[in-house]
Design a protein around this ligand. Structure first.
Ligand SMILES: [Zn+2]
Length: 188
């Protein structure tokens, strides 16, 4: 499994420009979306990590979000099928290290999630302190703790109903301002 000589970039992958290496392949693979979040493509999710020249030809590198996530095998198949249908000969490699993080999601992905009705993940480093936030909201210390904003109305007066929402990677929240419930994509 330790076969990668070339270190992979960490963090969000910005959109590729016309002059960038393998621009056409990157653009092609932007057709592939996360099956659970069809509005966000694999590059924006931070799952598509690299397109590079390997020893045996072109290589496409993807990093799974959550190990055991059933959507990952479908994403892998979708990448292979998309390459094949465009006549691009490439090996698709799954790389587990460095591990994917919600911090790798691009700004566009977060905006699309919000528009889709899912609260995007807060930075994973700040910790999830939702219980504390309920109290902190009343105080001036709210700038120290980040809160999950409602994707419908933007209110930060929200509360967690269940730590597990429609999928294990999301939590179910309710907005106390507009009363809507929504999924929160948990930091990972
Ligand atoms: Zn709301």
């Amino acid at each position: 499994m330790v076969s990668n000589a070339v270190p992979l970039p960490e963090g969000p992958i910005p959109p590729k420009q016309a002059g960038d290496a393998h621009h056409g392949v990157w653009t092609l693979l932007e057709q592939v979306a996360d099956p659970e979040i069809p509005v966000v493509n694999l590059r924006e999710m931070g799952i598509l990590r690299d397109v590079r020249n390997g020893a045996d030809g072109l290589e496409v590198v993807i990093t799974p979000t959550y190990s055991g996530c059933p959507a990952m095998s479908q994403m892998f198949d979708d990448v292979v099928a998309t390459l094949a249908s465009a006549g691009v000969a490439a090996r698709v490699l799954t790389q587990l290290a460095p591990a994917w993080s919600t911090d790798w999601m691009t700004t566009q992905a977060r905006d699309k999630l919000r528009a889709y009705g899912i609260a995007p993940p807060l930075p994973s480093g700040c910790g999830v302190v939702t219980q504390v936030v309920q109290f902190a909201l009343k105080k001036k210390a709210s700038s120290l703790t980040e809160t999950v904003a409602c994707p419908q109305c933007g209110s930060q007066n929200t509360t967690e109903i269940s730590h597990f929402g429609s999928t294990a990677c999301k939590a179910l929240y309710r907005c106390l301002n507009c009363q809507e419930t929504f999924d929160y994509f948990k930091p990972y």
